[in-house]
Design a protein around this ligand. Structure first.
Ligand code: PLP
Ligand code: COI
Length: 344
């Protein structure tokens, strides 16, 4: 896409995709320390031909959103959790860690500099913030780089699943794993997404919004969807899988707390595939997916179909509105999860 600096965006139909904005911001790690962040208006980066990020997958990213509230203010949601998760990702694949203060300063600057791309309240669109960390220094032996780039880009997005808050269909697969039992599923590194791509594309072609991966050892328990965690609801209980191979979702842990605040019980434990039959509601959750109710889960191997109704269930609906309300400043933020970005 060529860089179109003129705003001509139909916010209400915006897909979850890349749209160019005015600026991104970068910092380089060299000689053991992070350099002063630099603002760039280029969509390209100079990368060494032997960079470890290209050759050996030394790359991690984050995803969070800036929300325009009903009161006109712009809020970030629990960005410190994204900073901590990126540190865990860096630690997991031996990259330099980005200090939380640098992470915070750079995401806020990126949002401010691109404020004209923050979608208006009520359109369902938001400004997606994508921090990216990768090995930029050269190695040909398999070793960590000595130099890293931390970059923050932003792009306005609509809901990840084009259905928005309307139930989607997902497909259980057993012939692909997104993460190995002792691999990198618990951190947000690019390799996990590459590993899941074949299964995801096949699912899309089959008319499914996403794949539902199972545990890689026994294929007995639900792990997570391609880009989001999974949850089920029954008997006033919010249930979500516990597994070392899933990404600890910030949205999911927030929804668990909201569920508790609403008087529901919560359980984080292994969820056997057969239990799908017993749920009253099911859904996927994440920053991009928000809460996407699931209407149908099809087991690709057995042909079994689990159905949850064509309309969002009452619990998912309440959780969704409460979460969005906190993010958009229309519900009380009693846990102090949001931060208003001043001067936007
Ligand atoms: N699971 C995977 C594999 C993801 O890519 C994401 C998105 O970040 C999530 C879950 C949801 O995590 P979060 O709620 O922190 O965005
Ligand atoms: C997110 O929810 O922010 C994600 O990163 C999911 C997907 C776009 C990879």
């Amino acid at each position: 896409m060529t860089k179109d600096k003129n705003l001509n965006i139909d916010w209400g139909t915006l897909p979850f995709g890349y749209h160019p904005t005015d600026y991104n911001i970068r910092s380089l790690y060299k000689d053991g320390k992070w350099g002063k962040p630099e603002v760039s208006d280029s969509e390209y980066i100079p990368v060494h031909i032997a960079a470890t990020g290209l050759h050996y997958g030394q790359e991690a990213f984050e995803g969070l959103k800036a929300y325009r509230g009903a009161d006109g203010k712009v809020r970030l949601f629990r960005w410190q959790e994204n900073a901590k998760r990126m540190q865990r990702s860096a630690d997991g694949i031996m990259m330099a860690e980005v200090p939380e203060e640098l992470f915070g300063a750079m995401i806020k600057t990126a949002v401010k500099l691109n404020s004209r791309f923050i979608p208006p309240y009520g359109t369902g669109a938001t400004l997606y913030v994508r921090p990216l960390l990768f090995g930029i220094g050269p190695q040909i032996g398999v070793k960590p780089a000595r130099e890293y780039m931390f970059l923050v880009l932003v792009t306005p997005v609509g809901p990840y699943f084009k259905e928005g808050f309307h139930p989607v269909s997902v497909e259980i697969v057993r012939d692909y794993d997104r993460a190995a039992p002792l691999g990198t599923g618990y951190i947000k590194v690019g390799g996990n997404y590459a590993a899941g791509m074949r299964a995801s594309e096949r699912a899309h072609q089959g008319g499914f919004a996403s794949v539902l991966f199972l545990d890689a050892i026994e294929k007995k328990y639900i792990d997570e969807a391609g880009p989001a965690n999974f949850f089920g609801v029954k008997n006033n209980t919010y249930i979500t899988p516990k597994s070392h191979t899933i990404l600890p979702s910030i949205t999911n842990m927030s929804i668990e707390q909201i569920a508790k605040d609403m008087g529901l019980s919560t359980e984080r434990r292994q969820v056997p595939v057969e239990e799908l039959d017993t749920f009253e509601e099911a859904g996927a959750c994440g920053t991009a997916a928000i809460i996407s109710p699931i209407k149908k889960i099809v087991d690709r191997d057995t042909g079994k179909v689990y159905k949850y109704g064509d309309e969002p269930g009452p619990v998912s609906t309440k959780l969704y509105h409460q979460l969005r309300g906190i993010q958009e400043g229309t519900e009380e933020d009693k846990h102090g999860w949001t931060e208003v970005i001043e001067g936007v």
